[in-house]
Design a protein around this ligand. Structure first.
Ligand SMILES: Nc1ncnc2c1ncn2[C@@H]1O[C@H](COP(=O)(O)OP(=O)(O)OP(=O)(O)O)[C@@H](O)[C@H]1O
Length: 199
């Protein structure tokens, strides 16, 4: 089994790449989805967050109040680290369980937005980085998601730079053209990765 990490800046096209890999037959693991699953109601993850941050981070229905928790951790580094120390190991464990269920010959692609920032590059056989023009990424965040330009810029500024991501990349997928161009590049890369896995 070949195990690759997929990352890129916000709105660079990671999900589009992951979707194409899945269509081609890869087993895709979505770290953002796992990060939600491990704090769903009734999970040990949510109980641990409640123990650390208090019942104020729960909504009346018992689910996580992301806004309240965000307000606590957003500008408070120690609190953010405390939250990460609860959530990250649970996500890694959940990802490991999914990897173990994957067929032996599968290409496993883990989509991890902050792979570079969290120093996980060494955990993979290879790292794929998606790069896209900054103006286009900001346009997507503003027009498609309704964020302010300021929010879009500060989200980008809080992440690693293109250069930092490129420095750990084994493969860079340039998303500078149409979605079809990108999908074609993913298909080529899938071929390359699955061929290499069989050798
Ligand atoms: N080359 C492209 N041409 C047109 N639209 C694109 C292209 N690449 C991505 N998009 C669109 O831009 C939006 C953002 O892409 P996507 O969701 O794949 O990014 P992401 O990196 O996963 O974002 P996030 O960091 O928020 O998870 C989506 O609506 C996607 O369809």
């Amino acid at each position: 089994m070949k195990h690759v990490g997929l990352t890129g800046g916000v709105a660079s096209g990671k999900s589009a790449v992951a979707a194409k890999f899945a269509e081609l037959g890869a087993v895709v693991i979505d770290a953002d989805a796992l990060a939600r699953d491990v704090v769903a109601p009734g999970t040990p993850g949510l109980a641990a967050i409640k123990d650390s941050f208090g019942a104020g981070i729960l909504l009346p229905d018992g689910s996580l109040d992301r806004k309240a928790l965000g307000a606590i951790v957003f500008s408070d580094e120690p609190q953010r680290l405390k939250l990460n120390a609860i959530v990250h190991p649970l996500v890694r464990q959940a990802a490991k369980e999914l990897r173990e269920q994957a067929p032996a010959e599968a290409l496993v692609v883990e989509d991890i937005p902050l792979l570079v920032e969290s120093g996980q590059a060494e955990d993979f056989d290879a790292v794929i980085v998606v790069q896209a023009p900054h103006e286009e990424r900001i346009r997507r965040m503003v027009e498609d998601r309704g964020w302010s330009v300021e929010d879009a810029r500060s989200r980008m500024a809080a992440q690693a730079t293109d250069e930092q991501r490129a420095a750990v990349a084994d493969y860079v997928l340039e998303n500078f053209g149409t979605l079809e161009d990108l999908q074609g590049r993913v298909a080529d890369l899938y071929q390359q990765l699955t061929k290499a896995a069989g050798e």
